[in-house]
Structures are given as structure tokens and as C-alpha cells.
Design a binder for this molecule. Sequence first.
Ligand code: ZN
Length: 151
Amino acid sequence: MTIDRSTPALGALFQELILEHYRKPRNRGVIPDADATVHMKNPTCGDEIHLGIKLNDDGRIADVKFLGEGCSISQASASMMTGLLIGKTPSEAEELGARFAAMMHGDEAAAKDRALGDTRVLAGVAKFPVRVKCALLGWDAVQEALQKARA
Ligand code: ZN
């Protein structure tokens, strides 16, 4: 079945996808030989993320794993993000992060960008400025981890 994700009537489905990632986060855990680990907090909501990243010999992202607690948006966003970033180069990951941040600030073109995959279900969060930090937490953590890994 093809789903047109721009159809507003599918709002309930988006909600379902967020809850599904929250209940069963992808890539949850710790990478024992991570190239960099980062701990980040969002004090306004109480969200926390411990994130690890592992790069391949060719510089691509071999693995991203996280442990965390907090609201469904922060955890679901991090879960969706990990699936999107594995296999990407750090510069592709940074580009996607910038695109996601643009979507969180109401950029409608970014919200339709297929490169953002399932993370586009979070486009509606842009209407709730307080929750934008929740959605960005995992992305902020991964950008910092990438900088550390390359340092
Ligand atoms: Zn939150």
C-alpha cells in the first residue's frame, strides 16, 4: 500500500508511528567499541539520551545506538533518526540534521523531503515550540558525537 504522507487525514497514523517507536525503539542499546559517546539532556522536558556512534573504515556510519528516557517525541524521534543515519556518511548525516531542524522550524519543503523518511511524521511538532527541543535532542546528540568521532 502506498501512503501519501502529506494527507492531513492520516494524522492518527502518524501518532501511531510515534507511539510504536516510543514503545519499541530501534537501535536501542550501547555500542561496546563506539568511536564516540554523548550524553544529552533537554531540561525543559526532562528528556535524556545516551548515544554512541561507530564509523566504518570508509568513514560511513556503521552503527548508532541510544539509551534514553523522556517523552514519546524525544524517544521516537531518536529511534527514527538511527534508522535513517546508519550507512550514511557524516556529511550526509549533518545535511539530514539540518534538514530535520528546518522542518522543526516550519519549513514545508523540508517536511516533504523524502530523504527524511519516517522522521517526517514529526513535522507537526513544529506547531509546538516547547516540543521542538524534544524532537531535536537525538539529532543534537548525533552531531556532537560525529564531531567527537572525527576529532
Ligand atoms: Zn520531551
